[in-house]
Ligand binder design. Structure first.
Ligand SMILES: Nc1ncnc2c1ncn2[C@@H]1O[C@H](COP(=O)(O)OP(=O)(O)OP(=O)(O)O)[C@@H](O)[C@H]1O
Ligand SMILES: [Mg+2]
Length: 254
């Protein structure tokens, strides 16, 4: 009978129930839990496990460079950004409001880390999210253009509830690349949120995109309804090196 019950539940798609069912039925019988209560409990657990699984899948298909959360970020290190601000962004209100986030700053200050942390939060809440570097995004669009399927690729990338474009300005972009990126940003504008990270001040984007008019058009759409976070300071990557220098200086001054 028990095996048949498990098989039936499995066939109905209650795939997560089995590991705890036997133990739960024993407890329920012992504690005199009503049939209604037991069915409610089993269905509630199944829904919760299913949601957890869906959240995990969404995170795993979002293409994050690593899994790091805001809890792993040391907000006291050079105080470049406030925990309150990041916590507020992690509520994901910006996605509801179709706003963008722009992280600007020097290398190693945590731009990618925090963009990823917010992205993970969005993915866990089942927002379709995708992380890609600016270079890879433009290469993908360029290939689609050459193969006469640009429109469908643009549609694909504009559908993400949250698109994270990492490393704008690290490699120069030619005019065709800038044009392709502009088309995507224009399609997403006021429909879905975009997070970008850049090491270039906005005034230099004309040089990055080999065309100041296109650069301005991209920036204009990104900056309208946006949160800009400036993260300028020493790199966390070389933190230990700076700590060593600091302690060396202290020793010398003694
Ligand atoms: N304040 C911090 N607390 C904890 N880890 C940090 C902090 N800042 C940066 N890191 C870590 O340092 C490394 C570099 O950070 P990250 O990749 O986010 O830098 P970045 O600002 O994107 O740099 P780049 O401009 O070179 O891409 C990562 O492993 C990140 O997790
Ligand atoms: Mg980075």
């Amino acid at each position: 009978m028990y095996t048949q019950l498990v098989n039936n539940l499995d066939e109905l798609g209650f795939t997560d129930v089995e590991p705890y069912l036997s133990e739960y039925l024993t407890t329920a019988t012992k504690d005199g839990i009503s049939l209604q209560e037991a069915l409610y409990e089993i269905s509630k657990r199944e829904i919760s496990l299913r949601n957890q699984r869906a959240a995990q899948i969404q995170v795993s298909v979002s293409h994050f460079p690593y899994i790091k959360t805001a809890d792993e970020f040391d907000f006291h290190f050079r105080n470049t950004v406030s925990r309150t601000e990041i916590k507020d962004l992690a509520t994901l209100r910006f996605i509801e409001n179709k706003e963008n986030i722009l992280f600007y700053g020097t290398p190693g200050t945590g731009k990618t880390h925090l963009a990823t942390a917010i992205g993970i939060e969005a993915a866990r809440k089942r927002n379709i999210t995708y992380f890609i570097t600016c270079h890879d995004l433009i290469q993908t669009l360029r290939k689609a253009h050459d193969e006469n399927r640009l429109e469908s690729r643009l549609k694909h990338f504009s559908k993400y509830k949250l698109l994270i474009i990492d490393e704008i300005g690290y490699l120069p972009v030619d005019k065709t690349g800038a044009n392709l990126l502009f088309q995507l940003i224009a399609k997403r504008y006021e429909h879905n949120s975009t997070i970008i990270t850049t090491n270039q001040p906005f005034s230099k984007w004309g040089d990055v995109f080999s065309d100041s008019m296109l650069a301005n058009a991209i920036l204009d759409r990104l900056l309208n309804h946006s949160h800009v976070l400036k993260m300028v300071g020493p790199s966390y990557r070389t933190k230990d090196y700076y700590d060593l220098l600091d302690s060396g200086e202290q020793n010398q001054s003694r």
